[in-house]
Ligand binder design. Structure first.
Ligand code: PLP
Length: 450
């Protein structure tokens, strides 16, 4: 076992050391070589060291350098050293993190992390939470608590009786709601399409003045951090209107909630503590390895009512909090471990510094690209930059060329009718030199393809 794990550690360290220099997207030949994996499963066992070598030789070259400093696609983030190392140790522990009495170490750690997160995000005392796979499931989990509470207030027990014959629930979202909130609503039987959509402004922010009149069981979903522009809905205003009318307010803060940790950017999420639930990711801006999202809910009873189940063979809850009373999963890995390690290694100041460094890098991208004649389509208030290189086809050609070039990786989008390159800076490892090298590559390929 020891020599196998040493071998894995050596290979992983070599991989990480290669990231700043290697091309970001895998070479086409490396992707073609994956065909060598397409073999029938053999009858005999294989030496684990050979298995590891085969994995490394065939799959490592076909990975995207998402853990490196110049991957700017989607909203991804790398892995902080402490978080990655903790992930390995937790893999060796192999804890099923559902019950405190059975896995006290990791269950305790998760309680500590939830307290730290409440503190970092300035959420109300008593807010509880759940560690899930990502913001999609965090939205699902928090919205399940919302569904429970708004229907319970209308005299309906949705967990027991389902949605057949239940009072209708009104769900309000911004026109720019993230697709995963709609997916979560669909999974909860609340429907992807029967939402009321509030118009947005040029940055994608909900126009609070255009919120519909709220009556009856209602859930309002706001967004902290638009996946394209990085903009924030006016959370304080929406909370005031919605909560006065008895609605539940949910904040999708997959990456934007982390703005709260920085004194410089916290005003973007002003009023966030007035909401009822929040979802965020640790695998994005906190830079823990995939996968880790977190649902936070002000009312622990609402979340437990939606999630807790019992059986004779399960030790009943005592003074200690059983994590699985709050998660959709019965069995799961102890995701809080990496979050604890990331927060413990960075401290409050380190989290804020990482957020601010990434936002400054986004500004640097925007300034340099604008100076070179590119059009920046959004107000760069956070870590997201939308760039037009001209006509849609021209922008698409530059995006394809930068992906093939390998210096960095950015994706594309259509922002309010305009085709754009989408740059998202959220890796702890990105430096100013990485931004400058990436801008230089973008301008070089632009001149080649246009
Ligand atoms: C605003 C927002 N919400 C939700 C999600 C979904 O997150 P995940 O992919 O972790 O489920 C994303 C992903 O980018 C996002 O930007």
């Amino acid at each position: 076992m020891k020599s196998l794990l040493d071998d894995a550690a050596c290979r992983a360290a070599e991989y990480l050391a290669s990231l700043p220099e290697r091309r970001v997207a895998p070479a086409p030949e490396a992707v073609q070589r994956l065909a060598a994996l397409d073999v029938p499963l053999q009858d005999e066992p294989r030496d684990p060291q050979r298995v590891l070598a085969e994995l490394d030789e065939l799959v490592t070259p076909a990975t995207m350098a998402m853990a490196g400093p110049r991957f700017f696609g989607f909203v991804i983030g790398g892995s902080l050293p402490a978080a990655l190392a903790a992930n390995w140790l937790a893999g060796a522990w192999d804890q099923n993190a559902g019950l405190y009495s059975v896995t006290p170490g990791v269950a305790h750690l998760e309680q500590v992390v939830l307290r730290w997160l409440n503190d970092l995000f300035g959420l109300p005392a008593g807010t509880t939470g759940a560690f899930v796979t990502g913001a999609t499931m965090a939205n699902f989990t928090a919205l399940a608590a919302a569904r429970h509470r708004v229907l319970q207030r209308a005299g309906w027990n949705v967990e027991a009786d389902g949605l057949f014959d239940a009072p209708p629930v009104t769900v309000v979202v911004g026109e720019e709601v993230h697709i995963t909130v709609l997916k979560a609503l669909g999974m909860l039987g609340l429907g992807r399409n029967r939402v009321l959509r509030v118009p947005v402004d040029a940055q994608g922010r909900m126009r609070a003045a255009e919120l519909p009149r709220i009556a009856g069981p209602t859930i309002v979903c706001v967004q902290a951090g638009n996946v394209n522009s990085g903009a924030f809905d006016p959370i304080a205003q929406v909370c005031e209107r919605a909560r006065e009318a008895g609605a539940w307010v949910h904040v999708d803060g997959a990456f934007g909630l982390w703005a709260k940790t920085s004194p410089r950017y916290a005003q973007l999420v002003r009023g966030v503590e007035r909401a009822d639930s929040w979802s965020t990711d640790a695998h994005k801006w906190l830079n823990v390895p995939y996968d880790c999202g977190i649902a936070l809910v002000r009312d622990p009873h609402a979340l437990a009512a939606a999630m807790a189940i019992q059986a004779a063979y399960i030790p009943s809850a005592d003074a200690d909090r059983n994590p699985f009373d709050y998660t959709p999963e019965f069995s799961r890995r102890a995701r809080g471990v990496e979050v604890w390690a990331a927060l413990r290694s960075l401290g409050r100041g380190g989290v804020a510094a990482m957020i601010e460094r990434n936002c400054a890098a986004a500004q640097r991208f925007a300034e340099r690209l604008r100076a070179a004649g590119c059009e920046i389509l959004n107000d760069v208030t956070l870590n997201q930059v939308l760039v037009s290189f001209g006509e849609p086809d021209e922008t698409n050609r530059v995006i394809a060329a930068i992906q093939a070039d390998g210096t960095c990786w950015t994706g594309g989008t259509v922002w309010q009718g305009r085709t754009a390159m989408r740059i998202s800076v959220c890796s702890w490892a990105t430096t100013e030199a990485d931004v400058d090298a990436s801008v230089a590559a973008m301008l070089r390929v632009r001149d080649e393809v246009l």
